[in-house]
Write a protein that binds this ligand. Structure first.
Ligand code: DGJ
Length: 736
């Protein structure tokens, strides 16, 4: 037998045996730091052989003999006793089984990425499934997704359609996941995986990260560690209902499935139709959860986030400053103030529109995107002119997917809302809010027109805050036929994505924020069309440390709207000094959410200084590598993190006291990510102390800073009337 091993440039290893061409292929798919190995023997099941740190072709040769159970790479339902599967369907004839085997493997390039596709075919039915893997030479993240095509004469019904499956390993694996609520988003939970099934899912339809996040990390070496150990990070890149399942079986093996939530979403595929699942992004790290976060941030900025490599402007958003009380004088005043403080953008939030139903509160006006001339006689153009006078850009709030029953749009077109036949509409915010049915092409056109009209009339609009404040609560489409009602959640997202595609094709440069009652749309599925998200409606600095900490596991600082707001805070009523509020806001995309007229001159002066200094550190914060140093969740009395520029010549260090007990010993925090051989000079930003810190202007090696670190004084050295138990520091480190 003439057994040959051919190593293809695309890392596919092919075995050919004599004349019989028994085709056996091990496919090795490499990211910068990891390998995924699949066994793709033609006519056989696609098998998962390995996912972990990068291995050589030699390792792959004998990988099948390395021992241990081998699982199908994309488990299909019907011919297996495996309890959980990734794909299930009912064929036109009622048969509920699938038997997918490998038909072929292909590769292609797309915008600098390599895409490997394994085509699977059913042994009896004309059903094809393409399993895709996308990688980039300089990224640690890979994306996987599938395309399911029906060629049967009659429609098939998809009852499960995961984007991907991954056998994790057996034994002591811990899960990090993120849960919360309005104003308390992205709380970190860490737990060992135990026998049974853990399900994390969304059924909100629109605000899919409001409660639970579609991103998880698996720590393979026990309890999650920030810097050490093997970790798999997984993010389902989808803006709609999702479901993550981790099944720990009788051998203590953990099986991970991720995809669109199939509940109440059975999907019919007609002849020739293809269902494409959203991408599941996977990152391998041997530098703990911190390493996985950095990989996601880099991949996100380079490949997922709109304008991921463009610096973001410092803005003032009008919401917490004036709420619905919009008027020309007030807006002009806010613009003047943000300009004086050094800001670069002013955003007019809710309240500017509605003629028959002026938007004076949240019970009316959504849908009627016509300026309220009583409030703004000079119209949008007047505001833009005012912004220009102040040398700031202008942005505007819209909520295009929604309508109030008290609106002209609803009066004309009640058929455009999401509503079940024979049911009265279910109202949300303001007891009148409703979802427009994005599965309906006419609604898609309306939503496109909202943006198109604004942008055509006022091309100088620089920023759009795109809000979404309601979940799909009454399941029903007035557009979809009776036998396709199960498509609503999925077709809503498809319709939204299509509309966003059109908007981005015509307006590629406008900055768009994804807001959904705060952090309800923090996911990698929506971000390709958006530049950032509003992290939370909760702007309380102390609670933001926790919210932003959790959010930072998968999302970079550049995308995280982080605003200085009033004291007492409007959500928690906590009174936090301006220094602390500023020091927290400066760890994300800095902005303001306040009525500047209510600020004292000292507060204004401090904010002005902070904005000036933020501009200096902006490239490090927005494009640097994040190192989380001391977790607020550890309740050690302080929290700390830092960003390091890719060249490691600059870094910004943050330290926030989170609790104050007299004589409590707060831990000294060693730094991370610096170049041990570089010497860094330390400068405190946002300084309020009478005397400089003892290490101000001093130089230390990266090694020293990472071995020992600098000890932060517990309190500020300030005049008596400024003294409080709040304390925080921002240090800028620059290498000579
Ligand atoms: C909810 C958002 O999260 C807020 O920031 C604000 O834009 C309001 N909607 C406006 O109604």
């Amino acid at each position: 037998m003439n057994l040959r091993l051919i190593s293809l440039s695309l890392s596919a290893l092919t075995f050919c045996t004599g004349a019989h061409y028994t085709y056996a292929e091990n496919i090795k798919i490499d990211t910068q730091n990891s390998s995924l190995v699949l066994q793709a023997d033609k006519g056989k099941k696609l098998k998962h052989l390995y996912y972990g740190g990068k291995i050589s072709n030699e390792d792959v040769n004998n990988i099948r003999q390395a021992g241990g159970k081998i699982f199908n790479a994309y488990p299909d339902y019907g011919m297996l006793t495996m309890p959980e599967t990734a794909l299930a369907m009912i064929h036109g004839d009622g048969n509920m089984t699938l038997d997918l085997v490998v038909d072929g493997v292909s590769t292609r390039k797309e915008n600098g990425a390599d895409i490997r596709t394994v085509t699977l075919k059913d042994t009896q039915y004309p059903v094809t499934v393409k399993v895709n893997y996308k990688t980039w030479p300089n990224e640690n993240v890979m994306e996987t997704w599938t395309e399911i095509t029906n060629n049967e004469k009659s429609p098939v019904t998809l009852t499960r359609f995961d984007s991907g499956y991954l056998p994790i390993r057996n034994g002591n694996v811990w899960l990090s996941s993120f849960h919360g609520n309005w104003g308390n988003e992205a709380r970190l939970t860490e737990e060992p995986l135990t026998r049974g099934i853990k399900v994390i899912k969304s059924h909100e339809g629109v605000r899919n990260s409001r409660y639970d996040h579609a991103e998880v990390m698996f720590s393979l070496d026990g309890k999650p560690d920030e810097n050490n150990g093997r970790v798999i990070g997984a993010a389902l890149c989808y803006g709609g209902n999702y479901k993550l399942r981790i099944d720990t079986d009788e051998t203590d093996s953990h099986h991970f499935f991720a995809g669109i939530n199939e509940e109440n979403s059975q999907y019919k595929l007609g002849k020739g139709e293809t269902f494409t699942t959203p991408a599941l992004a996977l990152a391998w790290s041997d530098e703990g959860v911190g390493g996985a976060s950095r990989s996601f941030h880099k991949w996100g900025r380079n490949h997922r986030l709109a304008h991921g490599n463009t610096p973001r402007k410092v803005l003032l958003n009008s919401w917490e400053g004036v709420y619905f009380d919009i008027n020309e004088q007030g807006m002009a005043n806010m613009m003047k103030n943000i300009a004086q403080m050094g800001g670069e953008l002013f955003v007019m939030d809710d309240g500017w529109f509605g003629v028959k139903y002026p938007r004076n509160n949240d019970s009316q006006g959504l849908g009627d995107w016509i300026v309220d001339a009583k409030k703004l006689p000079g119209g949008i153009q007047g505001l833009i002119n005012e912004a220009k006078k102040n040398n700031v850009s202008f942005g505007i709030w819209i909520e295009p997917e929604m309508v109030n029953s008290r609106s002209e749009l609803y009066e004309k077109h009640p058929e455009y809302i999401v509503n079940a036949d024979k049911r009265n509409p279910k109202f949300g915010r303001g007891k009148t809010q409703l979802n427009l049915d994005m599965s309906n092409p006419k609604v898609q056109e309306i939503v496109f027109q909202i943006v198109d009209t604004l942008m055509t009339k006022y091309p100088e609009i620089d920023y759009i805050k795109w809000d979404a404040n309601m979940d799909i609560e009454n399941h029903g489409s007035q557009y979809l036929p009776a036998d396709r009602q199960g498509h609503l959640y999925i077709d809503y997202m498809k319709g939204l994505e299509k509309t966003l595609d059109r908007i981005r094709a015509k307006y590629p440069d406008v900055t768009i924020q994804a807001c959904a009652s705060g952090g309800g749309r923090v996911n990698w599925g929506i971000l390709p069309w958006f530049d950032e998200f509003w992290t939370s409606d909760n702007t309380d600095a102390l609670q933001r440390i926790y919210i932003q900490w959790g959010t930072s596991y998968f999302f970079p600082a550049i995308a995280m709207g982080s605003h200085i707001s009033a004291a007492p805070n409007h959500q928690t009523r906590r009174t936090v000094p301006i220094k602390y509020r500023t020091d927290v806001a400066m760890s994300g995309r800095l902005g303001m959410e306040i009525q500047p007229d209510d600020m004292t001159e000292t507060e204004k002066a401090q904010t002005k200084k902070a904005i000036e200094q933020y501009k200096e550190i902006r490239p490090v914060v927005q494009f640097g590598d994040l190192y989380r140093l001391l977790s607020p969740y550890d309740e050690k009395g302080a929290a700390s993190l830092m960003y390091v520029a890719p060249e490691k010549d600059k870094a910004v260090y943050y330290w926030w006291k989170t609790r104050a007990h007299r004589n409590e010993i707060l831990p000294r925090v060693a730094m991370k990510g610096l170049d041990p051989n570089k010497t860094y000079t330390v400068r405190e930003l946002n300084r309020i102390d009478r005397k400089p810190l003892s290490f101000e202007g001093k130089s230390y090696s990266g090694k020293f800073l990472m071995e020992r670190g600098l000890e932060m004084p517990v309190n500020h050295d300030v005049e008596k009337e400024m003294q409080s138990d709040w304390s925080s520091r921002v240090l800028y480190l620059e290498a000579k």
